[in-house]
Ligand binder design. Structure first.
Ligand code: B12
Length: 213
């Protein structure tokens, strides 16, 4: 890994937003791709932040400051990822499920889906099953994509699928789920159509499912 990516990681962990912005810009100017900055700088830094929180070395306030620092970099790479966009391949509604306020991963999924040529409707965080249902009725999307970062909120995904089924809409959409605690096994157990471990894989799985349909 280049020094610059290591410095980006360190600045995110230390919560230094202006420094992250500066280093991200320097990286882009030096020819690092937005994907490298994301996947080898910004994202792994948040993983380390989570580990520090788990070990009791970081408080919530420090996690928040790191998250803000990550956004300082993310906001710079975002337009570059989305610039690769072509004509719309389909429509996706994306949201973080009820009870869950984590949005970095969800926002990355939105960005990559947009960059991958999809029209994205970002519902935001703490989205109830009724809100997902209303959004499906309103937008008739190809995909419903749900994010959960807490083991306690993963079950809300099953609830959304149930509510869609109760309203005769389950088979009208392809359902994708993700987030750190989510697994393929969990996706199978709740009857989701796909799981992806990162935002890039989310796009490739969405693409292949759309072709199969
Ligand atoms: C930043 C952070 C916060 C920030 C969130 C800021 C924000 N705007 O999002 C704040 C400080 C607010 C926060 C709060 C809390 N947090 Co927190 N948080 C994190 C942390 C450090 C990083 C998460 C992150 O952004 N990762 C980076 C992104 C890029 O990764 P990602 O979200 O996994 O997303 C990728 C993939 O999963 C996938 N993906 C994500 N969504 C989707 C959706 C689809 C459809 C697909 C296909 C793919 C996909 O693609 C993404 C990009 O590649 C994690 C640690 C960790 N290892 O996850 C803890 C963590 C998730 N938090 C945790 C906890 C406990 C909490 C709190 C309960 C703390 C508290 N006591 O209050 C609260 C809960 C608040 C709430 N109700 O939601 C625990 C969860 C434990 C558990 N097993 O349930 C973790 C794991 C930390 C830990 N190790 O203990 N947190």
């Amino acid at each position: 890994m280049s020094n610059l990516l290591a410095e980006i990681q360190e600045a995110v962990i230390n919560g230094q937003a202006p420094k992250v912005k500066e280093l991200t810009q320097a990286g882009l100017d030096a020819g690092q791709t937005p994907q490298e900055i994301l996947n080898e700088g910004l994202i792994p830094a948040m993983k380390i932040v989570g580990e520090k929180f788990q070990k009791g070395e970081f408080y919530i306030s420090e996690m928040m400051i790191s998250a803000r620092a990550m956004y300082a970099g993310l906001n710079l790479v975002k337009p570059l990822l989305i610039a690769q966009k072509t004509e719309s391949k389909g429509k996706a509604i994306v949201g973080t499920v009820q009870g869950d306020l984590h949005d970095i991963g969800k926002n990355l999924v939105c960005m990559m889906m947009e960059g991958g040529g999809y029209e994205v409707i970002d519902l935001g965080v703490n989205i109830t099953s009724e809100q997902f249902l209303e959004a499906v009725k309103e937008h008739s999307p190809d995909f419903v994509m749900m994010s959960a970062l807490l083991t306690t909120t993963m079950e809300s995904m099953a609830k959304v699928i149930q509510v869609l089924a109760d309203n005769g809409l389950r088979d009208k959409v392809l359902i994708g789920i993700g987030g750190a605690p989510v697994t393929q096994r969990f996706a199978d157990s709740i009857g989701a159509d796909f799981y992806a471990s990162d935002a890039g894989e989310a796009v490739s799985k969405a693409n292949s499912l759309l072709l199969e349909r």
